[in-house]
Write a protein that binds this ligand. Sequence first.
Ligand code: DQA
Length: 152
Amino acid sequence: MRSVLVIHGPNLNLLGRREPEIYGSTSLEEIDRRLKALGGELGLRVETMQSNSEGEIVTAIQQAASWADALIINAGAYTHTSLAIADAIQGVKLPAVEVHLSNIYAREQFRHHSFLSRVCIGQICGFGVDSYLLALRAVAQHHSAGYSAVSE
Ligand code: DQA
C-alpha cells in the first residue's frame, strides 16, 4: 500500500479556534480523521504530523524519503519564507502537493508568493478542509497515472 505523509505547519494546531472566518471551524484532529478515512477509500496509508518548527518539518521531509511515496504539505507561513523546506522537498524527490485552506492569492500581497510551488507537482488552495481532501485525491491520481516523482 502506498503511504502519504501529510504535514501541517505552524499555527495549524490552532485550527477551529484561529480566525475561523478565514480558516473555518474544523479542528486539525477532524481534518486528520477525514484524511485517513479518505485514504482508506483510495487505498492510501495516511500519516499526519504538525509542527511549529521549520527544522522539525525539514527533518520530517528527509525521514519521509525512506517510507513515504508522496507528501501533502500546508507549511502555513513558512510557505512564504522557507527556502529550507523547499530544498528538503526538492532533495527527497517525493511528489508533493502544496495545500492551503484559504485562497492565498485573494489575501495580502505577502501571501501571494510561495517558495514551495516550484518544487511541488501542484497546489490546491481556497477550499478549506476540502483543499486537503482534494490533494489526497490528486496524489492517488498521480500514482495511478504512473508517475513516481516530480518531473524535472
Ligand atoms: C495557510 C495560508 C498562510 O498564508 C498562513 O500563514 C497559514 C495558513 C492556509 O492554509 O490558508 O498559516 O497556509
